[in-house]
Design a protein around this ligand. Structure first.
Ligand code: TYM
Length: 320
C-alpha cells in the first residue's frame, strides 16, 4: 500500500497540522510504503519571500523528523526535487473541467482572505492531484480541509482513465474524525494564517501563555461548567488518556474548580506530549547536514517512483 501526504511550508507548523495530519501519517509509516513531502511549489501561491520559503521548508522537514517520521521507513522529500510532477500537472490540466476547479472552496476562501487570485492558486488542486497520482497513492492522510482536494484528484484520475485507459490509480482520503478539524485559540480551525495557532516549536513561555490565555465564559469557580463546546476539553482530548479526559469532564460537571486550573493541566499535558519532539528536534538542529542528507535520499527515491507513473502517462497520451 502506498501512503502519501504533503505539507505546505507557508509558515511554522502548528498543533492542527500535527494532530490532523502528521501524527496519523507517522503512524501509517508502519503500514505501507509512505511518501511525505514538503509542498514548496504549492507554497509559492502564498509565500513570495525566498528567504522565508527556505526557512519554512527546513522547518517542515525538522518538524516531521522530530515528530517521529522515520526516514528508514518513509520517504521524505521536497516537492520541487521531483519536477516531473509539474509535467503531470500540465497533462492532467488538459482533462480537468473548469467547473471542477470553480467549485473548490479553498480557492474561494483564500481569495476572500486577501490572497492574490493567481492562476497558480486556481490550478492548485491540479498540482495536488499530480502529487497524489504520480506516486500511485492508495491512501492520503489529511485534515478535513483537504478532503475536497483529494476528491478532485480522484475525479481527475477517473476522467483521465476514461479518455486514455486505466493509467492512474484512484486514491482515498484518510481523515480521522477525532482530529479532522483541530480548533485554534479562538475556536476557529487552527491555521497558519489565522493567528490562532500554537506552534510545535513554540518556546515554553509563549506556549504556556497561549494556553493560559484561552477565552472561557464567566461561570464562577464553584459552579458546574459546560463540557459542550469547551475549547479546553477539545484540546485536552488530543493528548489526555480516556481516563484523564473522563476525570476532567466529571470535574467540569461537579464544579468547584476554576478554569485556570484546567488550563494548567492542559498545558502540562500538551507540553509533556511534545517532550520527545523537543529532544529529537534539538538533536537534529545540532547536526545540520542530517536533514539535507535525508532530503537528498528522499528526492532520489521519490523521483524514481514518479518517473514510472509519468512514463506510463506519457505513453498513454501519445507523448512517446
Ligand atoms: P497544509 O499545509 O495546509 O496542511 C497540512 C496538513 O495539516 C492539516 N491541517 C489540519 N488538520 C486538522 N485541524 C487543523 N486545524 C488543520 N490545519 C491543517 C491539513 O488538512 C493537511 O493535511 N494542500 C495541502 C498540501 C498538499 C497535499 C498534497 C496534501 C499539497 N499536495 C498532496 C496531500 C496530498 C495543504 O495545503 O496542507
Amino acid at each position: 500500500m502506498r501512503i502519501l501526504s504533503g505539507i505546505q511550508p507557508s509558515g511554522r507548523l502548528h498543533l492542527g497540522n500535527y494532530f490532523g495530519m502528521m501524527r496519523p501519517a507517522i503512524e501509517l509509516q508502519e503500514k505501507g510504503e509512505a511518501f511525505y513531502f514538503i509542498a514548496d511549489y504549492h507554497a509559492l501561491t502564498s509565500i513570495q519571500s525566498p528567504a522565508d520559503l527556505r526557512v519554512f521548508s527546513r522547518e517542515v522537514a525538522l518538524d516531521l523528523l522530530a515528530s517521529g517520521l522515520d526516514p528508514g521507513r518513509a520517504v521524505l522529500f521536497r516537492q520541487s526535487d521531483v519536477p516531473e510532477v509539474t509535467e503531470l500537472s500540465w497533462i492532467l490540466s488538459t482533462v480537468t473541467p473548469m467547473g471542477l476547479l470553480q467549485r473548490c472552496h479553498s480557492y474561494k476562501d483564500k481569495v476572500a482572505r486577501g490572497l492574490a487570485a493567481s492562476h497558480g492558486l486556481f490550478a492548485y488542486p491540479v498540482l495536488m492531484a499530480a502529487d497524489i497520482l504520480i506516486y500511485d497513492s492508495d491512501l492520503v492522510p489529511v485534515g478535513r480541509d483537504q478532503k475536497q482536494h483529494v476528491e478532485v484528484a480522484r475525479d481527475i484520475a477517473i476522467k483521465f482513465n476514461e479518455i486514455y485507459g486505466q493509467a492512474l490509480k484512484l486514491p482515498e482520503a484518510e481523515i480521522r474524525d477525532s482530529v479532522a478539524v483541530v480548533p485554534g485559540l479562538d475556536g476557529q480551525k487552527m491555521s497558519k494564517s489565522y493567528g490562532n495557532g500554537i506552534f510545535l516549536s513554540e518556546p515554553e513561555g509563549s506556549f504556556r501563555k497561549k494556553v493560559m490565555g484561552i477565552k472561557t465564559d464567566s461561570t464562577p469557580v464553584e459552579a458546574p461548567k459546560s463540557i459542550e463546546g469547551s475549547l479546553i476539553l477539545q484540546l485536552y482530548r488530543l493528548v489526555g488518556t480516556p481516563a484523564e479526559c473522563r476525570a476532567m469532564e466529571a470535574s467540569f460537571q461537579a464544579g468547584g474548580t476554576g478554569y485556570g486550573e484546567y488550563k494548567k493541566e492542559l498545558f502540562r499535558a500538551l507540553w509533556g506530549h511534545f517532550a520527545n519532539y523537543r529532544r529529537r528536534r534539538a538533536e537534529l538542529e545540532a547536526s545540520p547536514g542530517r536533514v539535507e542528507a535525508v532530503l537528498e535520499e528522499g528526492a532520489m527515491k521519490a523521483r524514481a517512483a514518479a518517473r514510472v507513473v509519468l512514463g506510463r502517462v506519457r505513453k498513454a497520451v501519445g507523448l512517446c
